[in-house]
Ligand binder design. Structure first.
Ligand code: EPU
Length: 340
């Protein structure tokens, strides 16, 4: 029986958890060599990124693999620039590097925690931009065969906080590099709520200005995981039918929502949790954040299961009040029956 490896420093909730073993890789080749000599079945692996979108429950009897591949390279193609970044590059450092070079495209995604390799898995998004709008391709290693494979946009089946890597190909590949498309001239996206105020002066703004504003907004309501353990939004914003939305709006005229198309509407889960009276609510050290109710936090000594129990309570309370079912956005890893 291998000795357990602590994962406390590898998850931004800061919960005490462990796995059988943890291996970090600096080169694609090392992963392939390691897999070639390793008879562990593929379902015994878990690929770890920056640990910023995970809730870990106790001891997880798996081997964790972390691609710590660094490097950022640029290739100019006319008005566009393709950036290729290693899976282990910190996402925000990549965004800052592209902006320092004067390239535009990732500014709305500033300050999202986590590493580059995890970004396509859940199609990270914020302030009106999703990764898929900038995505060109990714390189990965197949954990079954050890072979390299390239996934282009159409192969990834991106959706709202979703991709094929969360579904059919869950746990099958280790992403090693990601390629994104940037622009030399700004094409600013200022359509999302708090950024709309900048739209009037759009022609005077740089991508860096937009990034500064996104950072300011995020810092004003999202807790810094270094200070208060959390994994960003705990739940997805639920998508309901237009009909259900109209009924909810009748009963709750101020409901916060974003129309998606004629048939469906995305509701702000943070608003629902807030209006259910749960902002700042605590069960021991597991809490609902005081500034942004969609974020669950670890006030100190909460275990993964304490946060899970709180999440179930939040889900049930929102369901009872609004009839809307919240689904977790974070990946819950370890034995649990609360969410499927
Ligand atoms: N709201 C409240 N009370 C709250 C929280 C929110 O009334 O406690 C209301 C806000 O006033 C606003 C609406 O709900 O009208 C939406 O809130 P916000 O703009 O803060 O965004 P969100 O829908 O809660 C989503 C993403 C965030 C992303 C922001 C900005 C999801 C699950 N979350 O949050 O992503 O940063 O938009 O684009 O889609 C993450 O994925 O981890 C994450 C933080």
């Amino acid at each position: 029986m291998p000795q357990a490896h602590s994962l406390k420093a590898f998850n931004t909730f800061g919960v005490d958890a462990s796995c059988d073993q943890l291996f970090r890789f600096h080169h694609e080749r090392d992963i392939q060599d390691w897999l070639a000599g390793m008879p562990i079945p593929v379902d015994k692996f878990f690929v770890l990124g920056g640990g910023s979108n995970l809730l870990l429950l106790g001891h997880i009897p798996l081997t964790f693999l972390q691609p710590d591949i660094q490097g950022i390279e640029y290739e100019e193609r006319g008005e566009e620039v393709i950036v290729t970044a290693g899976a282990g590059v910190n996402w925000h450092e990549l965004v800052m590097d592209t902006l320092d070079k004067g390239y535009c495209g990732l500014e709305n995604l500033s300050l999202i925690p986590g590493n580059v390799g995890a970004a396509p898995i859940q199609n990270i998004g914020a302030y009106g931009v999703e990764l898929e709008q900038r995505f060109v391709a990714l390189h990965a290693v197949d954990l079954f065969s050890g072979e390299k494979k390239i996934f282009r946009h159409g192969d990834c089946q991106f959706g709202y906080r979703d991709s094929i890597f969360k579904r059919e190909l869950r746990g099958r590949y280790i992403i090693t590099r990601v390629q994104l498309r940037l622009n030399k001239k700004p094409q600013l996206v200022l359509t999302y709520g708090p950024l709309k105020a900048l739209a009037d002066s759009a022609d005077k703004l740089t991508a860096k200005d937009v990034s500064d504003e996104v950072i300011r907004i995020r810092q004003s309501k999202l807790p810094d995981p270094q200070e208060l353990g959390n994994a960003g939004s705990f739940f997805k914003n639920p998508i309901v039918s237009h009909e259900q939305y109209l009924k909810l709006k009748e009963a709750h005229p101020k409901i916060a929502a974003y129309p998606m198309n004629n048939a469906s509407v995305k509701l702000a889960a943070g608003w629902l949790i807030d209006q259910a009276g749960l902002k700042g609510y605590r069960q021991g050290d597991a809490g609902v954040h005081q500034q942004q109710a969609l974020v669950l936090v670890n006030h100190g000594k909460a275990a993964g299961k304490d946060i899970l129990n709180l999440a179930a309570y939040v889900r049930d309370t929102v369901k009872a009040k609004f009839g809307v079912e919240l689904e977790p956005e974070v990946w819950i890893i370890g034995q649990q029956q609360v969410f499927q």
